[in-house]
Design a protein around this ligand. Structure first.
Ligand SMILES: Nc1ncnc2c1ncn2[C@@H]1O[C@H](COP(=O)(O)OP(=O)(O)OP(=O)(O)O)[C@@H](O)[C@H]1O
Ligand SMILES: [Mg+2]
Length: 457
């Protein structure tokens, strides 16, 4: 399930987040050089949210009643993916390519010829990337289908001959965006900072601060795990001073919003190619899947999509999927997802502790069958990289919470019989056709977390 892109067709599908949108847009006005930090759990809708905000400032569409005029910023249609081990040079290149591709894409929408300089830069950097064997996939190139642009012409670009002075080239791009394309600046988004270790994160922001974050005309947004703004401001005063306001942490969408996301997508299908399209899932089934996914939007949409695909695939005439059939397709899907998790006994122990809301210290590693603290930490990292746990930095503690994937694994018994029964009873409770449950927010999974105190490290 890809995030919505910062283009009008996708933004029609964007639901909710009114309060957060206003906060983000006000931040955009407050201080041109400030770094905005957007955080939240896996699949909660961070990239989609930032894309929606980017589109608003690009298209000059502020929310109803928004009292200020937004700066017109060129959005980076492609987000920059940081990777552990990449240095600032790689990041520089990614920023150059992302901005050039976005300018080119903007020119395509506006049916104007991309500036020659932009074409030259792109040829240079794409060539550079190919010659260095793809630079370990370091340069973004995640533009969705149809975003590619024709460079035309052939031969090598003459500029820049060196990437040493990229700051100078970035300044040129900002100038070009303002003077030729009439933007007030460029919005650059750095995605997935959550995959960096705390040390790498700090090293990255410290290095980028002097070279990049103070370039006038570039508005930076960093997307990552909960708590990173606090980590940055407490551990690096120099960068902390650049942060705008507080971290914008996206909380999971409430059920009515999730339901509306699905309704909008069905409406779209109806307008598009399927005039008779209806959602074959009953509302209480969507509610069940929303809850079993811990309200992660991506997970909820994939469960709903999978259940519909599986059932309607073999029975296309079915208009409404009966409850028991929806539940059994869901359980079958859970088994398939859990199959690849490859959980060792010691990892199951960690997940059971998370389920039981325990807290512990790294020195408790032996209780989890690990020989060293490092082994224990790397097991936690594997679990969070696989999306079975989510992580939050909280002062000196790190909090691991379960995710929708943990619940899927639980249902299949991968975390042991006791937890399977607990998950099954929660599922049975929710799949009863009782409309009243939909009013209240269930709490059975809400707090499950393992909190680690890091002082002992
Ligand atoms: N407010 C929203 N309106 C409509 N769709 C949404 C909304 N938020 C999220 N989605 C949908 O949910 C899915 C997940 O969203 P997205 O990729 O933005 O999450 P994320 O938090 O960036 O995930 P990750 O942690 O993996 O980076 C996407 O398919 C997206 O289209
Ligand atoms: Mg994302």
């Amino acid at each position: 399930m890809d995030p919505l892109r910062p283009i009008s067709e996708d933004l029609r599908l964007f639901v909710g987040r009114d309060e957060e949108t206003r906060r983000y847009l006000v931040d955009l006005l407050s201080d041109k050089r400030a770094l905005k930090v957007v955080t939240g759990d896996v699949g909660v809708g961070k990239t989609t949210f930032v894309n929606a905000c980017q589109y608003m400032s690009y298209a000059g569409q502020s929310p109803d009643g928004f009292p200020f005029e937004l700066p017109k910023l060129l959005p980076c249609f492609d987000k920059i993916q940081v990777r552990e081990g990449n240095n600032l040079d790689v990041f520089f290149q990614q920023v150059m390519v992302t901005i050039c591709q976005s300018i080119a894409y903007h020119c395509k929408i506006a049916t104007i010829e991309p500036p020659t300089l932009v074409k030259e830069y792109l040829r240079f950097f794409l060539d550079l990337n190919i010659q260095s064997g793809g630079a370990g996939g370091s340069v973004g190139f995640n533009l969705p289908a149809g975003f590619g642009i024709e460079l035309g012409g052939s031969g090598k670009a003459s500029t820049p001959t060196s990437i040493k002075n990229i700051r100078h080239h970035l300044l040129k791009l900002v100038e070009l965006s303002m003077d030729e394309l009439r933007f007030d600046g460029i919005s650059v988004v750095v995605n997935n900072l959550d995959i960096l270790s705390k040390d790498s994160l700090l090293q990255f922001v410290n290095e980028a601060r002097d070279e990049l974050f103070d370039i006038p005309g570039i508005y930076w947004t960093l997307i990552g795990r909960k708590g990173i703004a606090t980590v940055i401001s407490t551990e690096s005063d120099r960068v902390g001073d650049y942060l705008s306001g507080t971290e914008l942490c996206l909380t999971p969408l409430k059920f009515p919003d999730t339901k509306q996301i699905i309704d909008r997508r069905v409406d779209e299908l109806r307008l598009d190619s399927r005039p008779d399209a209806v959602c074959p899932l009953q509302e209480d089934m969507i509610y069940l899947f929303h809850d079993m996914s811990l309200k992660e939007t991506r997970e909820t949409l994939s469960i709903c999509g999978e259940v519909v695909r599986r059932v309607i695939g073999v029975n296309p005439a079915l208009k409404i999927i009966p409850r028991e059939i929806a539940v059994s397709a869901f359980v079958q899907y859970a088994y398939e997802r859990a199959k690849d998790l490859d959980l060792s006994e010691s990892k199951v122990k960690i997940l059971s502790a998370v389920w039981a809301k325990e807290s512990c210290r790294p020195k408790d590693f032996a209780n989890f069958d690990y020989k060293t603290i490092q082994g224990f930490n790397s097991a936690l990292k594997v679990l969070s990289d696989k999306g079975i746990l989510s992580v939050e930095e909280k002062g000196r503690a790190r909090i691991y919470r379960m995710t929708g994937l943990t619940v899927l694994a639980a249902i299949t018994g991968a975390l042991g019989e006791e937890i399977r029964q607990a998950a099954a009873s929660q599922m049975n409770k929710l799949s009863e056709p009782v409309a009243s449950t939909m009013e209240s927010e269930p709490t059975a999974f809400d707090e499950a977390q393992l909190s680690l105190e890091l002082d002992e490290d």
